[in-house]
Design a protein around this ligand. Structure first.
Ligand SMILES: NC(=O)c1ccc[n+]([C@@H]2O[C@H](COP(=O)([O-])OP(=O)(O)OC[C@H]3O[C@@H](n4cnc5c(N)ncnc54)[C@H](O)[C@@H]3O)[C@@H](O)[C@H]2O)c1
Length: 288
């Protein structure tokens, strides 16, 4: 069902009820109103999660499946993708290296009519800008930004043709706030947000929504280097308003929301799931 069409019908009927105040109008509104108990359901939808072998991607795949979607767990690490698939009903595994543009295009052909694309694969080399090598720069930009571009192009085209779809990419608090050693990663995340916003603008009239989720600090293999240094780990925990790290499962509510009709009028947004990290200056707590 076309999400855009659904929203328009519902809004029109509600407007009639509001202006006339007639019981007929109210009855029509009730008939057209979505079943709110099923607002987040994804039955009959096909979702592809890239990066599903670990961390946030694994939990996202399992949560989408729990809401009724058929989920393809895609990852460069096929064994890890299979492990995820084995954990959730309605899931299958698929080997995909997103740095291979031809493989991404083939995946979009192979995987059928995809309604939801979630992609998480990313990397970080924590080094000061002056110490970065060109090879490291290319590696981080190649995975975090170039592959995102290939994924949006490959899967977005089919969604636009079919007139429906939701694309969810993973940005970061680093899209808006940096610290020493995060420059290139931060640049890729800021770039990704603008890429997704542009895609939202270009694909919106064809019924495709495109959004970003910006996690704070999440306990996954990506952040193992930080967790391994107690001072660094604790400093990160105390930075957010909630005063702790998050678990990867705490990101999935945002994923299901953006994948489902619960967010049918949300596109071009960046949803922060950061425990309040980005609302706090954090350098000093004044006495009072
Ligand atoms: N963990 C955090 O604290 C944190 C914070 C902010 C943003 N993020 C973002 O959230 C997303 C998910 O992070 P995570 O912590 O779950 O990462 P993770 O390292 O736990 O998982 C990444 C997954 O991507 C897969 N992958 C890597 N390269 C790939 C490739 N070329 N092709 C296909 N798959 C590939 C890996 O095999 C792995 O399964 C990333 O975009 C990351 O930048 C994470």
């Amino acid at each position: 069902m076309n999400e855009a069409t659904e929203t328009t019908v519902s809004a029109d009927v509600t407007a009639v009820a509001g202006t006339t105040g007639e019981s007929d109008g109210r009855d029509q509104a009730a008939a057209a109103r979505p079943d709110y108990a099923r607002l987040f359901r994804l039955d009959g939808r096909r979702a592809v999660v890239i990066g599903a072998g670990s961390g946030i991607g694994r939990e996202s795949a399992l949560a989408l499946a729990a809401h009724g979607a058929d989920v393809v767990c895609a990852d460069r690490n096929l064994e890890a993708a299979k492990e995820t698939a084995a954990l959730g009903a309605g899931t299958e595994a698929y080997e995909l290296d997103v740095t291979d543009a031809d493989a991404v295009a083939r995946a979009a052909d192979d995987l059928g009519d995809v309604d939801v694309l979630v992609f998480t694969a990313a990397t970080n080399v924590r080094k000061r800008v002056l110490d970065y090598t060109a090879e490291e720069f290319d590696r981080v930009v190649g995975l975090n930004l170039r592959s995102s571009f290939e994924l949006v192009r490959a899967f977005g085209a089919g969604m636009a043709e079919r007139g429906r779809g939701s694309i969810v990419g993973f940005s970061s608090i680093r899209a808006v706030t940096v610290e020493p050693g995060q420059g290139v990663y931060a640049a890729t995340k800021a770039g990704l947000v603008q890429l997704l916003r542009a895609a939202a603008v270009e694909l919106g009239q064809q019924g495709v929504r495109v959004n970003a989720i910006a996690p704070g600090i999440v306990d996954t293999p990506l952040t193992a280097q930080i967790r391994a240094v107690p001072e660094w780990s604790q400093a990160y925990a105390s930075k957010s308003a909630l005063g702790r790290w998050s678990r990867p499962d705490e990101l999935v509510g945002a994923v299901v929301y953006l994948a489902s009709d619960a967010s049918s009028f949300v596109t071009g947004s960046q949803l922060f799931v950061d425990g309040g990290w980005t609302v706090i200056d954090g350098r000093y707590t004044p006495p009072m």
